[in-house]
Ligand binder design. Structure first.
Ligand SMILES: CC/C=C\C/C=C\CCCC/C=C/C(=O)SCCNC(=O)CCNC(=O)[C@H](O)C(C)(C)COP(=O)(O)OP(=O)(O)OC[C@H]1O[C@@H](n2cnc3c(N)ncnc32)[C@H](O)[C@@H]1OP(=O)(O)O
Length: 282
């Protein structure tokens, strides 16, 4: 084999390095680009990246791992080419075992705080539908690039769910209040043009790799900033948004559990889950 060929192969091998998150699961995958130092965090829970307890724990561990290993940034994306994330795994909320429900909701609150307050620059390469908490994952990031043909938004009210404050905040952190309020009350899912128009997303990409390149470019825009100063400034900017959850996580947990356990919520969820299942069998 020619020396130049060997060199090229070495370069290819060097470009991306997988790092584990210590728990051995493949629900999320982390690859660090050796050249840029940017980590790509891929949601990988078939069929539609619905967030169950295990995925939330795994995601949180991966976010922390990316910060620990000194990556220069985090790009969140999906291994499914149609669905970024379908939001919370509704089976976790339906007739739940109470201990598991507590662990699930804690993991959700913790994961959101980790992503929203991450020290490193964050961007979402949204390569499929981003529904409800799927949208919350994207809005927790600092920048969003999306592929055409998919929907993004929080449609909870359409199905009789009230959203907890941190979900509300994740909308309010990127949308003007009147747009966030109207969209939440309507249970609106945005098309890509609508999302771009209100700045729910920052850019449109024509494929996943284009989205990753655009996210990396955004992260590169911080190259000349001092990482600790950037991280602290981000934390200060977002301090008010997280106040409630940081000051009283158990109170927030209690309120959510009370609501989830109401017969009203459970009955509505049962109807919705049945519809979802029958739709997938059509
Ligand atoms: C004071 C108040 C305080 C607290 C309130 C507390 C709680 C309230 C919660 C409110 C916030 C809610 C947040 C959420 O995230 S709820 C989740 C909402 N998500 C959805 O509604 C998405 C539903 N899914 C879809 O629309 C489609 O699946 C999707 C994503 C467009 C993909 O479509 P497609 O590729 O055609 O795939 P299928 O529909 O065939 O789905 C494949 C398979 O997956 C199952 N599934 C899909 N989504 C979920 C889900 N979110 N949870 C569980 N299961 C899901 C689907 O049923 C299919 O399963 P099957 O076994 O039939 O193959």
């Amino acid at each position: 084999m020619l020396r130049s060929q060997t060199k090229l192969m070495d370069l290819g091998r060097r470009l991306c390095r997988s790092i584990g998150n210590n728990n051995g699961s493949n629900l999320t995958m982390v690859e660090v680009d050796d050249k840029t130092g940017i980590a790509t965090l891929t949601l990988n829970k078939p069929p539609v990246n619905s967030c169950n307890l295990e995925l939330l724990l795994d995601l949180n561990e991966s976010i922390k791992q990316i910060e620990r290993n000194g990556s220069r940034g985090l790009i969140l994306t999906s291994s499914n080419d149609k669905v970024f994330s379908s939001g919370l795994d509704l089976n976790e909320l339906h007739q739940p075992n109470q201990d598991r429900l507590i662990a699930f909701w804690r993991a959700l609150q913790d994961m959101w705080l980790s992503l929203f307050l991450s020290r490193v620059p964050t961007a979402a390469a949204i390569n499929g539908h981003a529904i409800a908490v799927g949208c919350v994952l994207a809005t927790a990031c600092e920048y969003r690039v999306m592929l055409p043909g998919f929907s993004i938004g929080i449609h909870a009210t359409k199905f009789g769910y009230v959203v907890p404050p941190f979900i509300l905040i994740s909308y309010l952190s990127v949308l003007p209040r009147y747009i966030a309020e109207r969209a939440l009350l309507q249970g609106k899912l945005f098309s890509i043009d609508e999302a771009l128009h209100v700045n729910l997303i920052d850019e449109v990409a024509d494929g996943k790799s284009d989205a990753i390149i655009k996210c990396a470019k955004f992260i590169g825009s911080f190259a000349k900033t001092q990482p600790d100063a950037r991280a602290l400034t981000k934390r200060q900017t977002r301090a008010q948004d997280v106040q409630l959850l940081i000051k009283d996580p158990e109170g927030q947990l209690r309120e959510s559990l009370e609501y989830i356990n109401t017969p009203f919520f459970q009955q509505g969820l049962e109807v919705y889950l049945a519809k979802l299942k029958s739709k997938s069998k059509e």
